[in-house]
Design a protein around this ligand. Structure first.
Ligand SMILES: [Zn+2]
Length: 292
């Protein structure tokens, strides 16, 4: 056998093994309920599943837990039959009988990692909404600071008879301008080539410190993403190229990022794409084209 044959065989057997394991897992709730293991002379369901299907106690408990959570959710159950229990794991604690179809659709089309990221971001936003109410630009936030008496005195002197808002605004703006200056931003490049010019890509990598630029994501960035979609506007603009992790890149192309054409600090996860946006249209076309 050459290595390709070995690989082909192994992959095929692996696929089959996974499929059979899925079938076994799906029978567990019934086995537990009707105590099939007892009728067949086993001491417990773990012994039964271990001896007959090579499952660990952890796998049995996990499968029973997840399947219990979705027993009244036929759409999610149907996903498990095709993709296994891991595919629905990220949504079992939020899906309800009312919205399980929505989650099933996501679980069907997203990878587990993308789905996890999507659910986490949506949750964070919901939690934020509860804590602060809807975002309001005029909202006042109090920031407690501990400064040495010496530094506090310098700051007060600098402030003079201005109010704090004004002086901090000045300080922050000048610091921001300085940072911008440190890594000088290259000019946008208009071209037919999809390839991002080295100057621009290295600027974006530096700006992002090679971390995903989605708010509060600390994963390593893996993709440079055109927020304006290069195929619709052939320009490489450093302000419209962001570094993203694999999952947020995937979510961006699913149209699930709000304010995508704005700076990343304003980005949020959308529950549904904006079907009227140009980016959504372009991404759909690209996907259809790739599929053909
Ligand atoms: Zn990310």
């Amino acid at each position: 056998m050459d290595i390709n044959e070995i690989h082909e065989k192994f992959s095929e057997y692996g696929r089959n093994a996974k499929e059979w394991q899925r079938k076994c897992l799906l029978l567990l709730p019934e086995i537990a309920k009707r105590e099939v293991w007892k009728a067949k002379g086993f001491s417990c369901i773990y012994e039964y599943a271990g001896k007959l299907a090579g499952m660990s106690k952890g796998q049995v408990n996990d499968a029973l837990y997840i399947l219990k959570k979705i027993e009244d959710k036929p759409a999610l159950m149907a996903v498990v039959e095709v993709k296994g229990i891991n595919a629905v794991r990220p949504v079992v604690s939020i899906a309800t009988s009312e919205d399980e179809k929505f989650w099933a659709e996501k679980a069907r089309e997203m990878s587990r990692h993308t789905l996890e990221t999507y659910v986490r971001d949506l949750r964070n936003e919901a939690a934020q909404q509860v804590r602060t109410g809807p975002k309001n630009e005029n909202e006042i936030k109090v920031i407690p600071m501990q400064l040495s008496a010496k530094l506090a005195a310098r700051l007060e002197k600098l402030k003079g008879d201005k109010n704090w808002e004004e002086i901090i605004e000045e300080l922050v703006s000048s610091k921001e301008a300085n940072n911008q200056h440190e890594i000088s931003k290259p000019d946008p490049v208009r071209t037919n080539s999809k390839h991002i010019p080295a100057k621009i890509s290295s600027y974006v990598w530096q700006r992002s410190h090679e971390q995903c630029e989605f708010p509060n994501c600390h994963k390593k960035a893996e993709h440079l993403h055109h927020t304006n979609r290069f195929s619709s506007d052939k320009i490489h603009d450093p302000d419209q190229i962001v570094a993203l992790c694999k999952e947020h890149h995937d979510l961006a192309h699913r149209g699930l990022i709000e304010n995508e054409d704005n700076i990343t600090t304003t980005w949020k996860i959308r529950k549904e794409p904006d079907y009227t946006s140009l980016n959504w249209f372009v991404d759909r076309q690209v996907q259809l084209y790739r599929r053909n």
